[in-house]
Write a protein that binds this ligand. Structure first.
Ligand code: ADP
Ligand code: X15
Length: 393
């Protein structure tokens, strides 16, 4: 069912409580990457232009209900001011008398940014009292925090139950792009799954096998599959209790005619370190005591060719430990193949893959970089995202 859009609302003179995802990477008090702030600008600008009184709420990091000085949103307010070109007020409180007073002083087109909502112990517990307190500040709730849409917290879900609600432009765009990709995919459709979180990604692999033509596996999670193929993997990442499941996925792929691509060679190291001894080995020759930390050059070439022959590619999770130079080549090769593939629509599923693409200065060449890692994964798994489910239809 289509959710109500911010476009369907008359917000002139109305107080709008708008949840955004300003959970940006910080480096010594400065914003290391403002992508998520920029991604929320269309909604914020629309609200300002339509004469709404804009109350913005976001989390940053995981302060677990405590006030953590380094996680205050003051630098975000400043950055936002620069980006929207107008004064942004900032409250050092999440909720309370001071917030109420500040809200009462706002006029149409004004913006107030509340303090990091996760400083309040009620936020992540989806506390009803906090939901009511937020709702009392406003007339309308807009959710534009796609990156946090998979969390059922007060500012993403609870508050929606107390106010008329709608989705912002970023959430709409993410749902449209990801939804189209999955419901009516251009073919050949290839999914690339990498990274380290085997447990988190098992569900999505199962679900994707019903949709894709090619499933490419890389990163640390590949080695549970390599082990399932019967090879020794040394000290590489392994989820012992997922080996049997990995086998069933390979069988499912075979029975569905889905090409299931696993590394055929790897870069192995004798320690998890940039200074380690490193060599390239075929996948059946990972030495005892060594760790596979990247796909090898033959695998990179194989994967690149499949990418270039695809019409649609979704990518979640790096191919190796790209943060360390000796293990960055596989991820770089995949990013470059996507950048060069002119007839391929590329979707990057947030998180570390987005960071990797940025790291190789290839972001501009991608068709869609999702602002949500976990959220885009849960969406691809076919799960309902609570932050979206709670919005009015
Ligand atoms: N072969 C590997 N062994 C161990 N860690 C790996 C390997 N390949 C990739 N990684 C690590 O996986 C991490 C990202 O995993 P994950 O969080 O699952 O991805 P994402 O954030 O894109 O969803 C990166 O920090 C990377 O260093
Ligand atoms: O950065 C986020 O998620 P992501 O790393 O999965 O993209 C979101 O802001 C959600 O943060 P959370 O995982 O602490 O709830």
């Amino acid at each position: 069912m289509r959710k109500k859009s911010i476009k369907d609302l008359d917000v002139q003179g109305k107080k709008v409580f708008c949840r955004v995802d300003f959970n940006v990477p910080m480096n010594d008090g400065t914003i290391a990457d403002d992508t998520r702030i920029r991604a929320a600008l269309p909604t914020i600008r629309h609200l300002v232009d339509q004469g709404a009184i804009v109350i913005l709420a976001s989390h940053m990091g995981r302060p677990k209900g405590n006030v953590v000085e380094e996680l205050r949103l003051a630098p975000i307010a400043k950055k936002l001011e620069e980006l929207v070109g107008k004064n942004v007020r900032y409250s050092k409180e999440v909720i309370g008398e001071d917030v109420k007073k500040q809200v009462s002083e706002l006029e149409a087109g004004d913006i107030l940014l509340l303090e990091n909502v996760r400083f309040h112990p009620g936020e992540e517990k989806n506390d009803e009292e906090l939901a009511k307190a937020f709702a009392e500040l406003a007339d309308i709730y807009v959710n534009d925090a796609f990156g946090t849409a998979h969390r059922a917290h007060v500012s993403t879900e609870g508050v929606a139950k107390h106010l008329p609600s709608a989705a912002g432009f970023l959430i709409e765009k993410e749902l449209e792009v990801l939804g189209n990709a999955l419901s009516d995919p251009a073919r050949p459709f290839t999914a690339i799954i990498g990274g380290a979180k085997v447990k988190d990604k098992i569900g999505v692999i199962d679900n994707l096998l019903d949709k894709v033509d090619n499933l490419i596996i890389g990163g640390g999670l590949a080695f549970t599959f390599v082990k399932a193929q019967g090879y020794e993997i040394g000290d590489s990442l392994l989820e012992e209790d997922k080996i049997e499941l990995a086998k069933t996925f390979m069988e499912k792929a075979a029975s569905k005619g889905v090409k299931f691509l696993l590394p055929i060679d790897a870069i192995v190291a004798d320690a998890f370190s940039e200074q380690a001894n490193v060599k390239v080995v075929d996948i059946d020759s990972i030495p005892d005591g060594w760790l596979a930390l990247d796909i090898g050059p033959k695998t990179a070439e194989l994967y690149s060719n499949v990418i270039k022959d695809s019409k649609l590619v979704i990518w979640n999770g790096p191919m190796g430990v790209f943060e360390m130079e000796p293990f960055a080549q596989g991820t770089k090769a995949v990013a470059e193949a996507l950048a060069e593939a002119e007839n391929t629509y590329s979707i990057i599923g947030g998180g570390d893959s987005a960071r990797a693409v940025e790291h190789f200065s290839l972001s501009e060449k991608m068709d869609h970089i999702s602002t949500g890692g976990g959220a885009s994964l849960e969406f691809m798994e076919g799960k309902d995202l609570p932050g979206i489910a709670a919005l009015d239809e």
